[in-house]
Design a binder for this molecule. Structure first.
Ligand SMILES: NC(=O)c1ccc[n+]([C@@H]2O[C@H](COP(=O)([O-])OP(=O)(O)OC[C@H]3O[C@@H](n4cnc5c(N)ncnc54)[C@H](O)[C@@H]3O)[C@@H](O)[C@H]2O)c1
Ligand SMILES: N[C@@H](CCO)C(=O)O
Length: 362
């Protein structure tokens, strides 16, 4: 049975949930999937870094409160995240990037992904920044190094929207996509309809693990803007930059407006869309819309998200499922790990893992 050694970069809600999956369901996953997963390194801005090339014992880390983790006192631990050294030097097969999404320039996650691919390591990430802002270049870099760059969780968390479009829509022409692509704002709009004010609704979404570290990106539409770019680039063959996608969020919508609309059978939704024209150009935008009840996206509520694909042969096909959540997003990472296994299990060119120099361990 094969084994993949993982380096987890960022140990917040999502990568911690992946560690829980590995820790609690590892044996079952091994039986079902035919490979085992072992974590050999973790870095985090707050907790520091922890390296054990024989496999980190995850149980005590998962038993600790997230805010209390401090790797400095542990064998192989340091107060410094040492991301570049861990990514480049620790003999892991796959780097799992789940630090903060930075909608402006994708950093430092973009560098994390580059360092990993340049070092011949596969990458899976839920971080939208590198995928939206540099996806094409990163896929090229991965191909040059014979490794995979997987990012299913960057759109609709664990709901397999990108693989569905890429693998199951063969022979169809997709002419456009329209979606509810942010769990936080959709949850918040629902709570406004129920009478909560904006700050209280955002606080709930943060507690539930849906919101970004800075929820401005959720509320002002920048998170959806990145996801529209990913969908347009991956599914419609576009090459959009952030400035190409008009973006308006939901901060100006009052609870009263949401309630008045509901009384008329309308639902305010933050909608991201991209349309391909006959000349091949793609228009994309993010804006709140009051949708009538019969619209395929009107009934999508809470942290559930959906994408309606407009196609030539099937008309509109709508896929919905969780759009946010720690475990749901960790599942996206698991699906990426499975995809990497399926693509590379038979590689006879897999590089042997370099040996970590003891002097670098602490
Ligand atoms: N939570 C979700 O529902 C969800 C869904 C899809 C995608 N995502 C994306 O996944 C990523 C992780 O989400 P999360 O919910 O775990 O966020 P989180 O805020 O809970 O965790 C992020 C972690 O990364 C660490 N970190 C930040 N910068 C770092 C750096 N430079 N080096 C090392 N560690 C660093 C932080 O200390 C934190 O522990 C984000 O990019 C987010 O946009 C999240
Ligand atoms: N903050 C994001 C996480 C998923 O990308 C959301 O609420 O949809």
């Amino acid at each position: 049975m094969g084994r993949y050694d993982l380096a987890l970069i960022g140990f917040g809600g999502v990568n911690r949930a992946l560690a829980e999956l590995i820790s609690r369901r590892g044996d079952r996953l091994a039986r079902e999937l035919g490979f085992t997963l072992r974590v050999v390194a973790i870095t985090d801005l707050r907790a520091g870094s922890l390296v054990d090339t024989d496999g980190i014992d995850l149980a005590p880390l998962l038993a600790a409160e997230p805010g209390e983790l401090n790797f400095a006192g542990l064998a192989g631990g340091s107060a410094d995240p040492r991301n570049e050294w861990v990514i480049r030097e620790v003999p892991a097969d796959i780097v799992v990037e789940a630090t903060f999404t930075n909608p402006a320039d994708g950093e430092p996650a973009l560098s994390h992904v580059r360092w990993a691919l340049e070092s011949g390591k596969h990458v899976c990430t839920t971080n939208k920044g590198p995928v939206a802002l540099a996806g094409r270049a990163l896929k090229q870099l991965a191909a040059e190094h014979g490794v995979s760059f997987e990012f299913e969780g960057s759109v609709l968390s664990g709901t397999p929207i990108l693989r569905t479009a890429q693998r199951l829509f063969g022979g169809l022409e997709i002419t456009g996509v329209q979606g509810i692509l942010n769990g936080t704002s959709n949850y918040v709009l629902g709570r406004l309809e129920e009478g909560l004010d904006l700050p209280a609704a955002i606080a709930e979404a943060q507690d539930l693990g849906y919101a970004e570290a800075d929820p401005t990106a959720d509320i002002e539409g920048h998170d959806v803007q990145l996801k529209v770019m990913i969908l347009a680039n991956e599914v419609l063959g576009a090459d959009l930059r952030r400035g190409d996608v008009f973006c308006e969020g939901i901060s100006a919508i009052t609870p009263q407006e949401v309630q008045d609309a509901a009384s008329k059978g309308l639902r305010w939704k933050l909608v991201g869309s991209a349309t391909r024209h006959e000349d091949g150009s793609v228009d994309a935008r993010v804006a709140p819309l009051a949708l009538p009840a019969h619209h395929p996206l009107a009934g999508i509520s809470g942290p559930v998200n959906a994408v309606a694909f407009h196609t030539d042969l099937l008309g509109t096909v709508t896929v919905s499922g969780p759009g946010a959540g720690r475990i749901e997003t960790a599942y996206a990472l698991l699906s990426d790990l499975i995809a990497i296994h399926q693509r590379h299990a038979d590689d006879d060119t897999t590089p042997t893992r370099p040996v970590l120099q003891e002097t670098h361990r602490v």
